[in-house]
Design a protein around this ligand. Structure first.
Ligand SMILES: *Cc1c(COP(=O)(O)O)cnc(C)c1O
Length: 481
């Protein structure tokens, strides 16, 4: 026995007290601190070293983790992380997540945790209501939109193989042709990754883009679909990461109806457009899709990790993921759902609890208000870009992403890509705000996304100021201080 009474009951509460003590000052400081401390005292190297032979004890270990973690973490849960599409964590969701860890439920099986299973059923129902999806849809929580896409497409794949007379769950792909998958140019890499994992092949997606922005060429897609022999899968993007652009979901649903195709929608963050009358037109037709995937850790502002998917025919989820055939795993019924038969995970955390907490705390109104605040902030950012002589808006800002670039008058066009890539790197190195570059319609662009409940107009203004200041410094030849 070491000096640490390792298995003493009260130590868990003492260790939690340590975390709790640090939480308030950390959260209080978030609005004003840099996204990353450029010269925090401990470094990531402090995490390293050999596996300890004798442990240091719970309190020391947690204190050390806090010391290193608080100094070296990316403070992306704060208001000025505009890179990728990274949500924050509402107060209720963050505390709900602590409750999840406290209770440590095995959330895959009803018998292991009726609480986790019931909460999942309830939040899936609430989420369908929130987005205006039919109440009969089946659903499951996933760790991410990537796995939500995978889950929806696994249901599609089961349906498609069944149309060919094959039970793909039982016998796999043998004897089947490639699964036809059609999309616009907005298809997200995670959808390709899902197809790759499902054995359908990442590069089998037939892209129909009208131009360099990836916008759907509907006529071309309709033509391809008409020529496909047998059932096909159509992909719709609800919210492109570069610009927030949407495919015309209703038109794709018409085509799916006409040709008996499956329509899968990737609405990782864009599904939340359905929450506001200002943006709901973008998601028109989504209720007609066969599967809809989205993220919780983006615009819902629950902590990592959280995604969810809905499928029109709930049976298809169990067909794709159930039937394990293990004697000790018996399948539940609709009142006693084993969620490990509806998605790719077996053992899983009670991911529903933070969602339950945030929807209970703020309701439909609160989440709509958050989305609308972000829509206003994105328009404000676009207006500031439009009003600045050295910035150029590259796409309309219709959602929460604003795609633009730094373009000082007089600079040759062939220098702009390098300049904007370097600008993004230097802004990240500066640490006060975070953003990244992308390639949009052939040019290097910046594309901040606003989905964090903490973000204010002052944060957005600071972003614009820092971009312009950094751009001016680079073009005047000034070095990074
Ligand atoms: C973020 C995102 C994904 C992937 O989500 P993860 O949670 O990172 O797996 C898929 N599609 C779109 C449009 C996204 O923005």
């Amino acid at each position: 026995m070491t000096s640490d009474p390792l298995w003493t009951q009260h130590l868990a509460a003492d260790a939690l007290d340590l975390v709790h003590e640090r939480a308030r000052p950390y959260l209080d400081a978030l609005p004003d601190r840099p996204v990353r401390d450029v010269d925090g005292k401990p470094t990531l190297d402090d995490l390293g070293g050999d596996l300890p032979e004798a442990g240091t004890g719970a309190l020391d270990a947690v204190a050390e983790l806090l010391r290193i973690g608080l100094a070296t973490a990316t403070h992306s849960t704060g208001p000025r992380f505009f890179h990728f599409v990274v949500g924050g964590s509402t107060p209720a969701a963050m505390a709900g997540d602590w409750v999840t860890s406290l209770l440590d439920q095995a959330g895959g099986l009803w018998t292991a945790s009726p609480l986790a299973s019931t909460a999942e059923t309830v939040v899936l129902r609430w989420l369908k209501d929130l987005f205006g999806l039919p109440s009969g849809h089946g659903g499951v929580l996933t760790p991410s939109a990537t796995l939500a896409n995978l889950t929806g497409l696994a249901a599609a794949r089961w349906w498609w193989a069944d149309r060919h007379g094959v039970d793909i769950t039982a016998t796999g792909f043998a004897g089947l042709p490639p699964m036809p998958v059609l999309s616009s140019g907005l298809v997200h890499p995670s959808v390709r990754k899902a197809l790759q994992i499902l054995g359908c092949g990442r590069d089998t997606v037939r892209v129909h883009a009208a131009d360099g922005t990836g916008r759907l060429d509907l006529d071309a897609l309709a033509e391809t679909l008409a020529a496909v022999d047998g059932p096909a899968v159509l992909l719709a993007s609800a919210g492109d990461v570069n610009t927030g652009a949407f495919d015309p979901i209703d038109d794709l649903a018409d085509l799916a109806d006409r040709h008996g195709a499956w329509l899968h929608v990737d609405g990782a963050f864009g599904l939340f457009a359905a929450l506001s009358p200002v943006s709901a037109h973008l998601t028109r037709g989504i209720e007609r899709a066969h599967s809809v995937a989205a993220d919780g850790h983006k615009w819902l502002n629950v902590p990592y990790d959280c995604g969810f998917v809905f499928v029109r025919d709930p049976d298809l989820l169990t067909r794709a993921f159930g039937s394990w055939g293990a004697a000790y795993l018996r399948s539940g019924d609709d009142d006693h759902i084993d969620y490990n038969t509806r998605g790719p995970e077996s053992s899983r955390r009670a991911r529903a609890l933070p969602i339950w907490a945030t929807l209970r705390a703020y309701g439909r109104d609160g989440h709509r208000e958050m989305v609308e605040r972000h829509l206003r902030l994105a328009r404000h950012l676009a207006d500031r870009v439009d009003g600045a002589p050295d910035l150029e808006l590259l796409a309309p800002a219709q959602l929460c992403v604003v795609c633009f670039r730094y373009r000082p008058p007089g600079l040759p066009a062939d220098r702009l890509d390098d300049l904007n890539a370097r600008l993004a790197t230097e802004v990240v190195a500066d640490g006060r705000v975070y953003l990244g570059s992308t390639v949009y319609d052939g040019v290097t662009a910046l594309r901040p996304a606003i989905v964090n409940w903490r973000t204010t107009e002052a944060d957005v203004d600071l972003l614009v100021d820092i971009v312009r200041e950094t751009g001016a410094r680079i073009t005047s030849g000034g070095a990074h201080p």
